[in-house]
Design a protein. Structure first.
Length: 319
């Protein structure tokens, strides 16, 4: 009996190991082909060829793409040891056009995006979220997403944006060790996202960041953690940690903002169990901003401790 159990366990292990393929994208390789994949020329072709659980390795080079991820996979460039990617990071460059660098579709889980430089995507001026580095604004929840070791700069909306209008909750999002500067609106935004961590990112606010192809904006927030309800049944966002981030520069709202917003005046929109610890915020309008708006918006059980707040117009503001 023990022997049979061992054989079954070994078979399951080998099946799991064999099923995870490594797929390569390298547009500097003269032999690259999006048909044969030896290697693929574009990242999107490599993603399309992958199955759930695969690793897509992207070599150094500049890729002018708008990538859509519709399955769980690891998208790996050049991982770094300090905030930002390693020395051979591939560059996703939007060339100043309207679009998003990477979109994660609703219902997708188990995605890692690590070791990229992402820059120069713009907003149309008509729709929020466009112009972001990583965008997952979905009515259907997503979970288990890691955004690690990337360099986001000169983007027309956010570096990292997860959320929706209140239809569902996302969960288990890790945003860690990224270098971020000159973002038009919210550098890191987790809206309606529970059980998540924003840790050890370095974020610099920008003045006159190009938002559309002609308009400019100043960065609103370095990090925004939000419960937002415009529709749905109402909800509580809980267990989010914001820790050991370094934020400096122009943030027109705050370095770190906790916001509960119920625009319906009838549905629950609550933040509960939020930790903001060991961060440094300098030269923002507010270091930390705790704000609720709407009849049923509420913020409870917030732990704000051991933060360095220097040169801000207000250190901590609660409204």
């Amino acid at each position: 009996m023990k022997k049979e159990i061992l054989i079954i366990a070994l078979t399951l292990f080998l099946t799991s190991f064999i099923s995870a393929a490594v797929i390569n994208a390298d547009n500097t390789n003269v032999g690259c082909s999006d048909i044969t994949g030896t290697p693929y020329c574009t990242i999107q072709a490599a993603v399309n060829a992958a199955t759930s659980g695969d690793v897509v390795n992207v070599s150094a080079g500049t890729y002018n793409e708008n990538i859509v991820i519709d399955k769980g996979l690891n998208l790996i460039g050049s991982p770094g040891n300090s905030p930002g990617p390693g020395p051979n990071a591939p560059v996703l460059d939007g060339l100043g056009t309207v679009g998003r660098a990477i979109t994660i579709n609703g219902g997708v889980s188990n995605v890692k995006i690590q070791g990229f430089e992402i820059t120069d995507y713009r907003n149309s001026g008509l729709s929020g979220g466009i112009g972001s580095g990583v965008l997952a604004w979905n009515s259907v929840g997503i979970s288990n997403i890691e955004i690690l070791d990337n360099y986001f700069h000169d983007l027309g909306w956010s570096a990292v944006l997860f959320g929706n209008e209140g239809q569902s909750l996302h969960g288990n999002i890790l945003v860690e060790n990224n270098l971020i500067k000159d973002i038009a609106f919210y550098s890191i935004e987790l809206t309606n996202t529970k059980n998540s961590i924003v840790r050890e990112n370095t974020v610099t606010g920008g003045i006159g960041v190009v938002y559309t192809t002609v308009l400019t904006e100043n960065t609103d927030d370095g990090i925004l953690i939000q419960s937002q309800v415009h529709t749905g049944l109402g909800h509580t966002v809980n267990n989010v940690t914001v820790q050991k981030n370094i934020l400096n520069g122009s943030f027109e709202r705050a370095g770190i903002e906790l916001l509960a917003w119920d625009s319906t005046d009838s549905l629950t929109s609550e933040l509960d169990g939020i930790e903001v610890r060991d961060n440094s915020v300098e030269n923002a309008l507010r270091g930390i901003y705790v704000f609720s708006v709407g009849a049923n918006a509420d913020i409870d059980n917030v732990d704000i401790a051991n933060n360095i707040l220097d040169g801000n117009s207000d250190g901590i503001q609660i409204r």
